[in-house]
Design a protein around this ligand. Structure first.
Ligand code: IDP
Ligand code: MG
Length: 149
């Protein structure tokens, strides 16, 4: 089944939004298959945001991701990659719709609380970068028959 890499950034952790974010993914109907608190190394942050290497904000972004613990997660479910992006909202929280995580909790693009993979292939790469196979748990939620027809 489809999986997405979701990370609560240092601002989300510092602002006590870990439970709120997890609640939104849980109540939507997605399944948590990986979860850990990580003190991110520069190397990992640079690899994760490698696509933005040439952008002016890259250095500040890497500094920020390494500035405090993050919560790295893998969520599973039909269409989870695109759906997670909708739950998260637009990159700039000021443009994010109310009801989305960024729309409800943020005001600044450099402090937008959460990361979510932008495509299925990106998700696969990011999951491999952040998690070993043994850290991911395949399990069948008992409410599956009530979420899927
Ligand atoms: P996304 O997180 O919505 O996928 P991306 O364009 O992939 O957005 O950018 C990655 C992250 O880089 C953003 O979540 C944000 O934290 C940061 N970022 C993007 N654009 C800017 C900017 O113009 N100034 C500062 N930080 C930015
Ligand atoms: Mg992105």
């Amino acid at each position: 089944m489809e999986r997405s890499f979701i990370m609560i950034k240092p601002d989300g952790v510092q602002r006590n939004l870990v439970g709120e974010v997890i609640r939104r993914f849980e109540t939507k109907g997605f399944t948590l298959v990986g979860l850990k608190l990580v003190s991110v190394s520069r190397d990992l942050a640079e690899k994760h945001y490698g696509v933005h290497k040439e952008r002016p904000f890259f250095g500040g972004l890497v500094d920020f991701i390494c500035s405090g613990p993050v919560v790295a997660m893998v969520w599973q479910g039909d269409g989870v990659v695109a759906s997670a992006r909708k739950l998260i909202g637009a990159t700039n929280p000021l443009n994010a719709e109310p009801g989305t995580i960024r729309g409800d909790f943020g005001v600044s693009v450099g402090r937008n609380i959460i990361h979510g993979s932008d495509a299925i292939e990106t998700a696969q790469t990011e999951i491999k970068l952040w998690f070993s196979d043994s850290e991911l748990v395949s399990w069948e939620p008992c409410n599956k028959a009530w979420l899927y027809e």
